[in-house]
Design a binder for this molecule. Structure first.
Ligand SMILES: Nc1ncnc2c1ncn2[C@@H]1O[C@H](COP(=O)(O)OP(=O)(O)OP(=O)(O)O)[C@@H](O)[C@H]1O
Length: 609
């Protein structure tokens, strides 16, 4: 029943205390993002990575604080349901002019669901649906930055406009050669626009904050001309000499999707109205769910909330059944999916075979490590949920049997619902072992090269995947190879890469068993071959491109570089997109052309005479 009167005077104070908790969260979140600029300018890469990692924890800390405060000051666990409804109504009132109402609603849900029983998780008490609109929110404070700036060049002033766009960010470090970079940029933009005629609305819109991640800062925006819109992102990096340079320009939905991929770390963006950023980004990547956009800009709890809403909506509009995921079953994870929905659900089993010497806590800590680490485009992001209720009737019997057998401690049957106490959700990919089965020779070649590249990217990011079997990697929609089996992951710097020692006698040599001593963190790369390279065509490609992965020296060398403080470069775009490489290519082509001319010149000379 909807309360006719807001009669409980505590309800307002509770709502206000809840909102104070959220505001504190967003203030700390904003401070961390705002500081990314100074870290980028100073080249403090370790600091940037640390801040990215620490920021992920902020939300849960503030939710815990909020729930504690409500218990302490208002004995929240004992409040009547009528009072809780009033709290929600007051809270809605407090959000009317708020700049992040959707995030504050999610925060309300996170705090209240810690206090209330599951049976109250409905729209009377929590925000199952949003109550406050995020449309047209503006920050009207005089010193505030707009969400985006619009520039109105005419054809001839386009170059000046790009210089102004870059300079408006006021980066406190000089560019190596901004004129040269803007020439590249402009020529790339003009190539994209083709032989265009500037329409009345011709403009460049640029989001006001740079997007920071690792060693890069990105300008993000779109060129608009008539009905045509060209989304772009411009990465700014440091040169080896510590000067700034524009490294490339990315255009269009596909290239932006790569930049904002679920397999990369979240950006740091200084924004007062995040929903406006999301709306802008969505206009550039209409196929990317809003949940993933929120996550990509560091608001991963909002992403998680929106994902869950999308999931419930999908369930209501589909009729297929959850099934065991195709592929080789996991030893520590039970994985299932819903064919009509492009995600998988992963539950940690209660027991594992003897070769898996691990525990639930250890596995969770590995998944957390991946969440906090730079995923370098090679590790899928996971959403972690507790107490998710599924309609039992939508489960295949075989899956229910497996869940009951492998995960009894995590299941609760509640009427028609099947509640899973803990699970991870991640993007569904085609497991690489399945992909290779039906692949053409060309596809095999591309996949094996990409697989090796994936491992090398992980290595550069200080990750040893542990179990490198094909089945632990997936192929994404655009053919990228991504790792998803995290239970054996280690920091490279904590592993000890060794060569297999020489056998001391014939007995040792002929032994089928491991006869040498192996420490818990010892890894013998030369022993990977027999597990990976049974298929001759795979072997041939692998050895041609990635034979170094079987050499302990390769791994040890990277480990030493990382220990010496080196922070790898990660490029979320092809090397051929880099202006530097394009310049080199042009120079090489010009040199080759003049060589040809020189060679031809003496032969041609006599005929001219
Ligand atoms: N994101 C995904 N997309 C598609 N299939 C997946 C995904 N994640 C897992 N799977 C399927 O589930 C299987 C088991 O998953 P996973 O490798 O995570 O479990 P595990 O128990 O850690 O495995 P292992 O026994 O190798 O340690 C995979 O081999 C694959 O077939």
């Amino acid at each position: 029943m909807f309360p006719r009167a807001l009669s409980d005077s505590r309800a307002f104070d509770i709502a206000q205390a809840m909102l104070d908790g959220f505001n504190r969260h967003y203030q700390l979140f904003t401070e961390a993002n705002a500081a990314a600029k100074a870290r980028f300018e100073a080249g403090d890469w370790h600091g940037q990575q640390r801040a990215q990692r620490e920021r992920i924890e902020f939300y849960d800390m503030r939710v815990d604080e909020g729930a504690e405060r409500l218990q302490r000051e208002f004995n929240a666990g004992e409040l009547s349901m009528d009072t809780w409804q009033q709290v929600k109504l007051h809270y809605i009132g407090l959000l009317v002019n708020h700049h992040q109402p959707e995030l504050a609603e999610t925060f309300f849900n996170s705090v209240t669901t810690k206090i209330l029983h599951r049976s109250y998780f409905n729209n009377d008490f929590i925000f199952v649906r949003p109550a406050v609109s995020t449309e047209y929110i503006e920050n009207d404070e005089p010193a505030s930055l707009p969400t985006y700036r619009a520039y109105y060049p005419v054809r001839d002033s386009l170059r000046d406009t790009w210089v102004r766009i870059v300079n408006n960010f006021q980066l406190q470090r000089p560019f190596e050669d901004l004129d040269r970079d803007v020439d590249h940029l402009l020529s790339a933009v003009l190539t994209q626009l083709g032989d265009f005629k500037a329409r009345a609305n011709f403009q460049v819109q640029v989001l006001s904050s740079l997007f920071y991640r690792n060693k890069g800062a990105y300008i993000v925006g779109k060129v608009i001309n008539g009905f045509y819109e060209l989304p772009f992102a411009v990465p700014i990096l440091h040169t080896p000499q510590g000067l700034l340079t524009i490294d490339a320009v990315l255009f269009g939905e596909d290239e932006l999707q790569m930049l904002f991929s679920f397999a990369r770390a979240y950006f740091m963006v200084n924004m007062e109205v995040p929903s406006a950023y999301v709306q802008f980004l969505r206009s550039m990547m209409p196929r990317k769910p809003r949940s993933e956009i929120y996550s990509a800009i560091g608001l991963h709890k909002q992403g998680k909330n929106l994902f869950y809403r999308d999931f419930l909506y999908h369930l209501r509009h589909s009729s297929d059944r959850f099934r065991i995921a195709p592929g080789i079953k996991g030893m520590v994870m039970l994985v299932f999916d819903l064919p009509s929905f492009p995600f998988v659900f992963k539950v940690i089993k209660d027991f594992y075979p003897p070769q898996k010497d691990t525990t639930r806590e250890q596995i969770k800590s590995k998944y957390l490590l991946v969440k906090q680490h730079d995923r370098v485009g090679r590790m899928a992001d996971t959403l972690e949920y507790s107490n998710v209720a599924f309609p039992r009737a939508r489960f295949e019997e075989e899956l229910i049997e497996e869940l009951k057998h492998f995960c009894p401690s995590l299941i609760e049957e509640d009427g028609d619902s099947f509640v899973l106490r803990h699970l991870y959700i991640e993007r569904r990919m085609v497991p690489l072992n399945i992909y290779l089965q039906d692949a053409t020779r060309e596809q095999i070649e591309r996949a094996v090269v990409e697989y090796g590249n994936a491992i090398k990217d992980l290595v550069a990011a200080n990750i040893f995947p542990g179990d490198m079997l094909w089945k632990n990697f997936g192929v994404t929609r655009n053919g990228k190879i991504v790792f998803y089996d995290y239970d054996e992951i280690e920091y490279l710097t904590e592993c000890n890469f060794r060569r297999v020692p020489e056998a001391r006698n014939e007995e040792e040599e002929m032994s089928g068993e491991v006869w040498y001593r192996v420490g818990p963190k010892d890894v013998f790369p030369e022993t990977f071959g027999p597990f990976l390279l049974g298929n001759p065509s795979v072997r041939e490609v692998f050895m041609k491109h990635h034979g170094d992965l079987l050499d302990a020296g390769f791994w040890q060398g990277h480990k030493e570089r990382i220990l010496a403080g080196h922070v790898h470069d990660v490029f979320p775009y092809e090397a051929s997109k880099r202006f530097k490489n394009q310049r080199r290519l042009r120079e090489a082509q010009a040199a080759a052309a003049s060589l040809v001319q020189e060679r031809q010149a003496p032969q041609e000379a006599p005929s001219n005479n």
